[in-house]
Write a protein that binds this ligand. Structure first.
Ligand code: FAD
Ligand code: AMP
Length: 472
């Protein structure tokens, strides 16, 4: 029997990063992954690289270029006659990006001497993992001193709106449309619904998003969420809140979606429907019962703050455990677990995990919202600054949005930073760094920011916490 120090099950951003870190620390490591491309070939990278973060950003960038060409460039004095889109070429580019990055992980595995086992992994008793090839009944059992489960998540399916992969699709299907659906319905105006809605809206679909909640993006600071809501509606996204979908059925080449709004029944007909109602932890086929591994009421593997399960030597990370379903959260947990296995401290600062929604402008935040600080009963001060106050924003034609900082009124420590604006995904990194070092708003206010940049909005918002912003 082959024996390893660590066997990682799943090669998404949680598992593959954990495997590389284990190998860096001198642990003999194997990583098992069951993913197959549409051509049936094994691929590393999990949801994130194959059908998540990367392909969605590739299409968001392509569609953003198209909308920039039509809407922003004429303001710069640049006009192009008869621009048109070639979805086949756009999809081929996206597939190429995915292929480049997933094969890049295989190269990293070779470099770090991580053994890649393409197949399905299941627990086969303590310190034993069975690896099964697709279509094979026999499996190979390997031994591991430590096991890291990183099997991720899959789209949540609701029986009332069954995915048929043709008319009613999940996020993976929506990333593979080969033509622009004239009428597109989306159930769920969360992160995934908004990003996919933006892609197809920019390319020409009439998009209706049906969202059960009354509040738009409840996890986002209210001021930022309201501005984003207004801006996205202005772009043509028809976001209907308090609209709970009760059923969706495809017939005669279209989808009829029934929903309840303010206790009244409504329905719409669309050409395609994306079900984006969330994701659920994936543990199928892991044979958790063989070792008595415990799940919570949402099917996630129960772990402590250090990603330890109830079974010694078995760890779980990423989307399959509690916490935000984000690639960087999965990776950081992978690193921390690898370091703990190697006898180091291993640590994830869960309080400062950044969130990004890649609409245009982007929405990004870290730490607490104003409402959260308020309900905790702590005195606080806020500072904000609009991008329209910045020279660089005017030069770029990107004046929409704002930066908002919430700081403790007694200590001035930054509690949260919320950004709605172009490049918010990049700008938020400064806020995360500041918070990681427990910076005060005054610290940020005293740091030199290059001029002209969008990052000056962070500087000005920090100054505004002390009511001394210079350009407002
Ligand atoms: P996964 O990436 O889901 O990987 C799990 C892997 O385990 C898969 O390859 C799976 O095949 C494999 N596996 C499962 N069971 C077994 C088994 N028994 N044996 C072997 N292998 C198995 N997050 C961000 O941070 N930023 C974004 O911009 C972003 N955009 C997204 C866009 C979309 C459309 C979607 C769907 C998700 C997006 N996410 C984003 C979320 C992100 O993809 C996940 O949080 C991340 O992939 C979780 O990583 P993971 O390693 O836990 O699991
Ligand atoms: P997220 O959790 O960011 O993936 O977003 C999923 C969204 O789908 C949430 O905002 C849910 O409120 C929403 N949702 C879930 N079920 C329904 C439904 N039946 N009708 C409309 N929206 C829904």
């Amino acid at each position: 029997m082959k024996a390893y120090d660590v066997v990682v099950i799943g090669a998404g951003p949680g598992g593959y990063v954990a495997a590389i870190r284990c190998a860096q620390l001198g642990l003999k490591t194997a990583c098992i992954d069951a993913w197959r491309t549409p051509r049936g070939e094994p691929a590393l990278g999990g949801t994130c690289l194959n059908v998540g973060c990367i392909p969605s950003k590739a299409l968001l960038d392509s569609s953003h270029h198209y909308s920039t060409l039509k809407q922003l460039l004429p303001q710069h004095g640049i006009t192009v006659s008869d621009p048109h889109i070639d979805i086949t070429a756009m999809q081929a580019r996206k597939d190429g990006v995915v292929e480049r990055l997933t094969s890049g992980i295989a190269t990293l595995f070779r470099k770090h001497k991580v053994t890649w086992l393409a197949g399905k992994g299941g627990l086969a008793g303590e310190q034993r993992v069975a690896v099964t090839q697709p279509g094979d009944n026999a499996s190979e059992v390997i031994a591991a001193k430590d096991i890291i489960i990183a099997t991720g998540s899959v789209p949540l399916e609701l029986p009332a709106m069954p995915v048929d992969h043709t008319f009613i699709v999940d996020s993976s299907g929506a990333l593979a449309f080969q033509s622009v659906p004239p009428r597109l319905g989306i159930i769920g105006a969360g992160v995934i619904g908004l990003e996919l809605g933006s892609v197809w809206n920019r390319l020409g679909s009439e998009v209706v998003l049906l969202e059960a909640l009354e509040q738009f993006l409840p996890a986002v600071d209210r001021q930022v969420a309201q501005e984003a809501h207004k801006s996205l509606k202005g772009q043509g996204l028809d976001i209907r809140l308090d609209a709970r979908v009760t059923s969706a059925r495809a017939n005669h080449g279209e989808v009829t979606v029934e929903y309840v709004h303010q206790n009244e029944a409504h329905s719409i007909n669309v050409d395609k429907l994306i079900v984006a109602v969330g994701r659920s932890a994936f543990t199928q086929g892991l044979n958790l019962e063989t070792v008595g591994l415990e799940l919570d009421d949402r099917g996630r593997i129960i772990v402590d703050d250090g990603c330890r399960t109830n079974v010694p030597g078995i760890h779980a990370i990423g989307d399959v455990v509690r916490g935000p379903m984000l690639a960087h959260k999965a990776s950081e947990e992978g690193i921390a677990v690898a370091e703990r296995i190697a006898g180091q401290a291993g640590h994830v600062d869960y309080g400062i995990i950044p969130w990004v929604i890649y609409t245009h402008p982007e929405i990004a935040w870290v730490g607490k919202t104003q409402a959260e600080v308020e309900s905790a009963g702590r005195p606080y001060r806020t500072g904000s600054f609009r991008l329209s106050g910045l020279g660089r924003a005017h030069a770029a034609g990107e004046t929409q949005g704002l930066v908002k900082i919430i700081a403790d009124a007694r200590t001035d420590t930054i509690e949260g930073v919320h950004i709605f604006g172009a490049h918010a995904s990049e700008l938020i990194a400064e806020a995360v760094t500041a918070m990681a070092f427990h910076a005060s708003a005054e610290d940020l206010a005293r740091i030199v920011h290059a001029h002209p940049t969008l990052a000056e909005a962070i500087h000005e918002a920090a100054l505004d916490v002390d009511e001394r912003a210079l350009h407002r």
